[in-house]
Design a protein. Structure first.
Length: 396
């Protein structure tokens, strides 16, 4: 690896992707200026823990930092917090921030991530209706998860299921509401989704599927007291958590030569956008995957970390495509779910085991493995990753 000549790398977004890119630049010998800009007040931290250990009360906010105190100063990385990049001028190689700064850059890394999607059709939102994306969100919600409280969770995806699991562990009564016929139906299939729904119910969760939210009822003090479903039913609650997906934070970056596709920024396998000197990684990047023959945007920890390190090495002068098999995990109701691979559709899903331990293989029409899910089976999960990595390397 040959370090690039000194210059300035501006990284917009101080989440995992932005932080990993900054530290990889320094580790690789970059001697120029590295500016890491993030709009939260906290130093870069572990976001996956928010819906799990933090809500369950197993970890405190102070234990989530990605690096020890003083790391960023010692590494010569300028960490600018409580500030966001609001506009990028590509031609002038300048960026305007929310506090009025004008930052010059030679390379720009877009790592602005995503925000929690708001409910669009539920009318006015009363107090006590929460979203979970930041550490502050998690700390606020945790205060309301006291034994005997009633929590309504809107959304049966990862955030919804993990929050429901953490809340039940704290003695909270939980109702889980989802539009699909089964949790994770699109990603894992209906049969696996129904298996998970049965587990949720066995852990005391009221599961309402195939319905959406029509509105809320409030107490006299303006706090939520019930959710109204679009089938006319009402679910009483002391708090509500909405986990219905994300919207990408690409507004400052779109235009001026950068083109957002479906809200994301398309890149090559090395994280380059169509504009020289501008890169993207993490949630907002839809990267070309040679082994899959398609462009993929993947909102999970391993992808963000891998793409960010790849972008840093590209800036350093190394051709370093990121094409690892997609991987994510989820901890919920006593299950460690590990999913590897990518399949928009499959010919059949083979399920082995049940209850506390099972394995699912998603196969195409020729019986080839497209993706796999291991529940409390770490060895099989590792084997799935090796199998897919070998196949994708051959395909690439």
């Amino acid at each position: 690896m040959r370090p690039r000549k000194p210059g300035t790398v501006l990284i917009a977004g101080a989440g995992l992707a932005g932080a990993r890119c900054a530290e990889t630049l320094r580790a690789g010998g970059f001697e120029g200026r590295v500016i890491l800009v993030g709009e939260e007040r906290e130093v870069p931290y572990e976001r996956p823990a928010l819906s799990k250990e933090v809500l369950a009360g197993e970890r405190e906010a102070s234990a989530l930092a990605l690096r020890p105190p003083g790391f960023w100063d010692e590494a010569g990385i300028e960490l600018v917090l409580r500030v966001r990049v609001e506009r990028v001028r590509i031609a002038q190689r300048l960026a305007e921030t929310s506090d009025g700064r004008i930052l010059a850059w030679d390379s720009l890394v877009a790592a602005t991530g995503a925000r929690a999607r708001r409910l669009a059709s539920a009318g006015a939102t009363p107090a006590g209706v929460r979203y979970l994306r930041t550490l502050e969100d998690a700390v606020t919600l945790r205060r309301e998860l006291v034994p005997g409280a009633r929590l309504a969770v809107v959304g049966s995806g990862f955030i919804g299921a993990e929050v429901a699991s953490s809340a039940r562990a704290r003695g909270v009564d939980v109702a889980l509401i989802g539009r699909g016929i089964a949790p994770f139906e699109r990603i894992l299939g209906g049969e696996v989704g129904r298996l998970l729904a049965e587990r949720y119910r066995a852990h005391g969760v009221e599961v309402r599927l195939g319905v959406g939210v029509a509105g809320f009822h409030s107490r006299a003090d303006g706090h939520v007291r019930a959710i109204v479903l679009d089938d006319g039913a009402e679910i009483a609650c002391d708090a509500a958590l909405v986990g219905v997906g994300t919207t990408l934070a690409t507004e400052p970056l779109a235009g001026d030569g950068l083109t957002a596709t479906d809200g994301s920024l398309p890149t090559d396998p090395c994280g380059r956008t169509g504009v020289p000197g501008v890169f993207a990684c993490g949630d907002i990047a839809s990267a070309w995957r040679p082994s899959l023959g398609l462009r993929l945007r993947f909102e999970h920890w391993t992808s963000a970390a891998g793409q960010a390190a790849c972008v840093a090495r590209t800036i350093l002068g190394e051709e370093c495509p990121y094409d690892d098999p997609p991987y994510f995990w989820s901890d919920q109701f006593g299950l460690r779910l590990q999913h590897v691979g990518f399949a928009e559709s499959w010919a059949r899903a083979e399920i082995e085991g049940e209850g506390n331990s099972f394995l699912v293989r998603y196969l195409d029409g020729d019986g080839r493995l497209l993706a796999g899910l291991a529940a409390n089976r770490p060895r099989e999960a590792a084997a799935l990753r090796r199998e897919l990595a070998a196949r994708e390397a051959l395909a690439a």
